[in-house]
Ligand binder design. Sequence first.
Ligand SMILES: Nc1ncnc2c1ncn2[C@@H]1O[C@H](COP(=O)(O)OP(=O)(O)OP(=O)(O)O)[C@@H](O)[C@H]1O
Ligand SMILES: [Mg+2]
Length: 261
Amino acid sequence: MAKTIAVLSQKGGTGKTTTVRTLTDAFRRAKLKVLAVDLDPQGNLSDYFDTDPEASPTIAELLLGRATAAEAIHGDLIPANLGLAEAELVLGGKLGRELTLRKALKDVGDEYDIVMIDCPPALGLLTVNALVAADHALISAEAQYFAMQGVEQALEVIELARDGLNPDLAWLGVILNIADLRTVHSREARAALLEHVGDRLIEPVIRSSIAYAESAERGLSIIDYRPDLGSDYLEIAGEILKRLEFNKGAKRIAKLLAANS
Ligand SMILES: Nc1ncnc2c1ncn2[C@@H]1O[C@H](COP(=O)(O)OP(=O)(O)OP(=O)(O)O)[C@@H](O)[C@H]1O
Ligand SMILES: [Mg+2]
């Protein structure tokens, strides 16, 4: 069965989608089979993978039981669009609404090593569905003042999921995104996180660069667009694979990093 990782944050714009896009790419370079799931009505992840906007069925049809997971997968991605906002409303009135994604993905779990879920910037029903479907939660935090506050809110929701519907949910850690360690506030955000979460802070921090927006616009992974910056994510991918005991994959990432440097 695939290991499923949900990437979440309460705040918008912390780098969730970029993290899912880039880690999916890094894990695939480590020769793992990875399914990416866009669970955000903004559809940013689908765009970043340069998916046909007309691709159908999407995650909305899957959640409403109108399509199977196999049908909703287009090039190892389940896309989303604004239709997901409506699906979320409909889903809200249904019994077992928190379990829908978990059940929907069950059929395809055997075909993948890892499933990566990109959550919307809210801790509502969609994010709860992701946390119930996931084995691991990964928090994305922007390297700003109050980063710790956002992490604490996300941790509370993880705890709720654990207390209720998904007792096995593990907390993988936090990625500190969009960081400029030359600035005091990025350094302080990192220090505060280290103090509170210790080695759950998955290092290195992701350096801030306009190249990320450019790579998204072009539908390219940062690892292709700017390999010098992409090494941040490759290192994090290697660390995550170690923590998940994909040891072969972790070694492959180490080789890629050595070849890059
Ligand atoms: N390391 C980085 N440095 C600078 N900009 C970044 C970095 N990572 C992401 N960005 C940019 O920051 C913006 C937000 O990133 P992204 O869309 O990944 O965040 P998000 O948490 O998914 O946002 P949302 O909450 O809206 O879903 C985007 O324009 C993206 O290109
Ligand atoms: Mg996003």
